[in-house]
Design a protein around this ligand. Structure first.
Ligand code: IYR
Length: 222
């Protein structure tokens, strides 16, 4: 490779092979405990914890290392109320005609409706924005694989939230453009996901779901 930018040695994590399987198993068991939670305690979450979680999300790979994302961290109750009002307005329309009967039927086991208490109950909301392009001194600069990059960062974010002992719900009010206005984001940013984060409400329950086994998701080519 002809490197115009300086390169530095990289030392990947390295473990004895027996330890690798144990680590992978422990990590799987930890991750498999993650559930989407839609009911939150009002207990506040330390800001430093949320900042570290967002820093982890921002360590995700991205097209040409452009990191085409920003994370809005909302703890202000008035802004949360505004977001809830606007999201519920859209969701009401979704649940009363914009979503197909089949879609509503598929959501029945989860038990969602247009009411989004969690948007004001959760102590904080993280809105992930994708940067369709960068604005550098008012000039447009291209970003690449923006959806893939921001999807990866969102995965890192949910992992970091769970690993720290917090819970979240991946909320996708649709359409979401109201978030750009409420949060006063620049024209190059588009809302990607809205993620309430906090501690679970006492006695919270989740749907009794099972995850697909390896036999359903793994296709081998030995
Ligand atoms: N955005 C709506 C509907 C919804 C859609 C899917 I796909 C879900 O997995 C869950 C909900 C809502 O948040 O209620």
């Amino acid at each position: 490779m002809d490197n115009k930018h300086p390169h530095i040695p990289y030392h990947a994590l390295s473990f004895p092979e027996a330890e690798m399987l144990q680590r992978a198993t422990d990590f799987y068991e930890m991750m498999n405990k993650r559930r989407t939670v839609r009911s939150f305690s009002s207990k506040p979450v330390p800001k430093a914890l949320l900042e570290k979680i967002i820093l982890t999300a921002s360590s995700a790979p991205s097209g040409a290392h452009k990191q085409p994302w920003s994370f809005c961290l909302i703890t202000n109750p008035e802004i949360k109320a505004k977001i809830r009002e606007a999201a519920e307005k859209e969701e009401y329309i979704n649940y009363h005609g914009r979503m197909s009967d089949k879609w509503l039927e598929d959501l029945e086991p989860i038990g969602t409706d247009w009411n989004k208490d969690f948007l004001t109950e959760a102590p904080c909301l993280i809105v992930v924005f994708k940067k369709a392009y960068d604005l550098v001194d008012g000039k447009k600069e291209k970003n690449y694989y923006v959806n893939e990059s921001v999807g990866l960062a969102a995965g890192f974010l949910l992992t970091a939230i769970h690993q720290a002992g917090l819970v979240s719900v991946t909320h996708t009010p649709s359409p979401m453009n109201f978030l750009q206005n409420v949060l006063n984001r620049p024209e190059n940013e588009r809302a990607f996901l809205l993620i309430p984060v906090g501690y679970p409400a006492e006695d919270v329950t989740v749907p009794d779901f099972e995850r697909k086994g390896l036999d359903k998701v793994l296709v081998r080519y030995d």
